[in-house]
Design a protein. Structure first.
Lengths: 265, 265
């Protein structure tokens, strides 16, 4: 398929999983896609929103080897140069972790027109599931989004991060949660509230709450693994209070949506 | 209006301004709202999505005095107790700044059922406008979302935040941008890339780029004021490269959307 018009790439944020957490703009862009490049961790049902598109899975899960980054970048350029609308879909918000910086740089250098559609990052969905603000002003002045998975296998400076007094939202930390919590406990009290939310913002969401001293064991006992967000900080303590009065929160979360669908049906 | 069913409050994130950056879920919840409580900084056109609702503006702008927080909380409880679906709309993502923590606690204590719908926070929209990742892995391991506006008029520990090496996304800092940048320059080089984006993710978006040493003057010269996001960090340096090759990015941002609308029309 070759068209006369100028091609382009739109980097679309798929949000945390539930398709209803896509933005209206993301849904509209998907509807106009000629080619969709689908990242790992994106809800595969998203392709139902892109009926015209050729779908290419470039994820790193499912038993396959990782698709080389350079190959993904070449693929986007090739289709865009044919005049096609390429939609590159990434989980959460595309601009938080996930190599968007490298893909944008490569497209820019190749002179390919690129647009970006934001989305909901999974730490926000984790907080919603827990029923808490990430930045309750009784407890902190902000929140740090940090990845525990660094390119050179080193560690972030956990002491410096903990010393800020901000809520910590740790991505990709489940494989080392025990050592990570032990390291943070060099700076923070082991009584600091903590939570783990797996598959936040999807129908498979599971969560545990505790403290910096207990959360690794709680997560292990509950069988929680990747992908999950680890939250640490005094603002997270509100989650325990919320759980006491809203034990059935999880099952209620879709009621508003169902109500809305009934009305519009 | 009194119904037989159980009332509830849904805390809905309105995103950064453009209604197309609302989630599908937010749009569905608004469609089913009986009462909408609208915060300041939310695009007022959002009420077109809530045709059944009584709309109450509880913002702090427009020449009126601030609506007392306790009054807002009582209002939500009163309507929910009448069996109504109250939708409390906040800008950005409701769980980042903006007192959601206090409102959730008050509703919880009152035994009112509450749900949360996430959205796009304005720092993500600012990064999208600049064409950059907030966390390009060549430059940093994460991002800090911090408010410069503290309840007790004190300052966050800027040295501790800057020392982490993370991208800083500073909310509500425009009234003191000059002193804020000067303070950060005690820890970071004045050559550190920086940007200011006003009304990020709305049709009124305006942005300037520079360095920690120049950005306050650039923002002032361009007449940028609140509401704006101040971004500081090496990852922000990619914005200058992007601007060189995509001068017309702003005007292109809605093309995909227009294409999509034409197709579905």
């Amino acid at each position: 398929m070759v068209t006369g018009k100028e091609g382009k790439v739109t980097l679309v944020s798929a949000g945390p999983g539930d398709l209803d957490l896509l933005t209206l703009k993301a849904a509209k862009v998907l509807a106009s896609a000629d080619v969709v490049l689908l990242d790992d961790l994106v809800n595969p049902e998203i392709i139902t929103l892109a009926p015209r598109a050729r779908v290419i899975r470039v994820g790193k899960r499912g038993g396959c080897r990782s698709t080389p980054q350079a190959f993904i970048e070449r693929l986007m350029q090739r289709y865009a140069r044919r005049g096609l609308h390429v939609v590159r879909v990434k989980g959460g918000d595309a601009l938080l972790f996930g190599r968007a910086g490298e893909e944008l740089a490569a497209l820019r250098e190749a002179g390919v027109r690129v647009e970006i559609v934001n989305g909901v990052s999974s730490a926000f969905a984790a907080a919603a599931g827990l029923g808490i603000s990430l930045t309750h002003r009784d407890h902190c002045q902000g929140v740090i989004f940090v990845t525990a998975h660094l390119r050179d296998h080193s560690e972030p400076d956990w002491h410096a991060l903990a010393a800020t007094g901000m809520t910590l939202a740790i991505y990709m930390g489940m494989s080392r949660i025990e050592s990570l919590c032990a390291t943070l406990a060099n700076t923070l009290s082991t009584a600091t509230p903590a939570a783990v939310v797996q598959w936040a913002g999807s129908v498979n969401e599971r969560r545990v709450t505790g403290t910096l001293g207990t959360i690794a064991a709680h997560a292990q006992a509950a069988g929680l693994g990747s992908p999950a967000i680890i939250l640490v900080g005094n603002a997270i303590g509100e989650a325990a209070l919320f759980a006491q009065t809203s034990a059935s929160f999880g099952s209620h979360a879709y009621d508003a949506l169902e109500d809305a669908l009934r009305i519009s049906a």
